[in-house]
Design a protein around this ligand. Structure first.
Ligand code: ADP
Ligand code: MG
Length: 289
């Protein structure tokens, strides 16, 4: 398979219904086919070359967590749903049940960083939730926070209060997804930390199928979460990104204004980044990919 096929993926027999930054979604009739490409985005720009096997790593990390939390909540996966002629895409693919996504995104924050840190500096809150004084940047929060957002089709998602989430999805559903998000995040965080990875925050999506709530989308991957290396963790500053640090550091050395098109990544950087993705998978699962 030519390398660029993993950046620009077409499957002639199925209609592509969405092309995200990283994944392609195909309509298989009864189900959707998610294929994770090797595309990499940095500073919100998709770069011209990818990281071979990255899509495989992302998909397999999601599989790992879906397996682990299957008893807590049913999920959208259809195992063995891939047509035989697409077997070469199996490692990076997930066939899923078509669900109706809830109109909120379920964000959990275990550490104070990013936009949360900026808001805290300004007014002592994260998503309007008051926090104790004197927290350092990247500090672990005493309790993880559930901070839902709207799911905007276009433009940026907007943080909303829990009450607003109740208005959108109803009291019962809002409480259910809050409790599930916090439980799954907390278990995953504790598990990953023992293996040298801090999952600082993450985003879950839930959907409805036949009147039942299910976990959809990708789960606890470096694309839907912030992964930090535990051995370099130090509150009081921004943290290194487990998977994207080399890419970001390299881009910062260039005279690039962070608008498309982005610069190509040199081969040695691609290699080092790939090693980082594979390492994330190995640390989490205890197995080589
Ligand atoms: N089982 C499912 N049924 C229907 N929609 C889903 C399912 N799983 C995920 N989705 C939706 O598919 C979309 C995937 O987009 P994604 O590849 O993440 O692109 P983006 O770069 O915009 O995040 C999301 O809007 C998500 O809500
Ligand atoms: Mg997404």
């Amino acid at each position: 398979m030519p390398d660029n096929e993993l950046l620009e993926l077409e499957i002639p027999q199925f209609e592509k219904v969405k092309s995200g930054k990283v994944r392609e979604v195909f309509d298989m009739g009864e189900s959707y086919l998610f294929v994770a490409s090797d595309r990499v985005s940095a500073f919100d720009v998709v770069l011209p070359n990818g990281i071979p096997r990255k899509g495989e790593v992302l998909t397999q990390i999601s599989h790992f967590w879906f397996d682990r939390f299957e008893n807590d909540i049913p999920n959208h996966r259809i195992k063995d749903g891939l047509p035989e002629d697409l077997a070469h895409l199996a490692p990076r693919s997930m066939v899923v049940k078509k669900a109706k996504p809830l109109a909120i995104e379920c964000i959990v924050r275990g550490y104070i960083t990013g936009s949360g840190w900026k808001e805290y500096l300004k007014q002592g809150t994260v998503c309007d939730i008051p926090l104790p004084e004197g927290l350092l940047e990247s500090a672990e929060l005493e309790e993880p926070l559930f901070t839902p957002s709207t799911k905007a089709d276009e433009g940026h998602d907007e943080n909303i209060s829990f009450e607003k989430a109740v208005d959108i999805v109803g009291q019962e559903t809002a409480e259910k997804v809050r409790d599930l998000s916090l439980k799954i995040y907390t278990e995953a965080r504790n598990y990953a930390r023992e293996r040298g990875i801090i999952i600082a925050d993450t985003k879950f999506e839930f959907g409805e199928l036949d009147g039942e709530l299910i976990l959809i989308d990708e789960v606890l991957t470096p694309d839907s979460s912030r992964f930090w290396p535990l051995d370099e963790y130090e509150p009081g500053r921004g943290q290194f990104s487990f998977d994207k640090q080399y890419v970001r550091d390299y881009l910062e050395t260039l005279d690039w204004d962070k608008t498309p098109p982005g610069p190509a990544l040199p081969a040695d950087l691609v290699e080092r980044s790939q090693a980082r993705y594979l390492e994330a998978y190995e640390r989490l699962t205890g197995q080589a990919l």
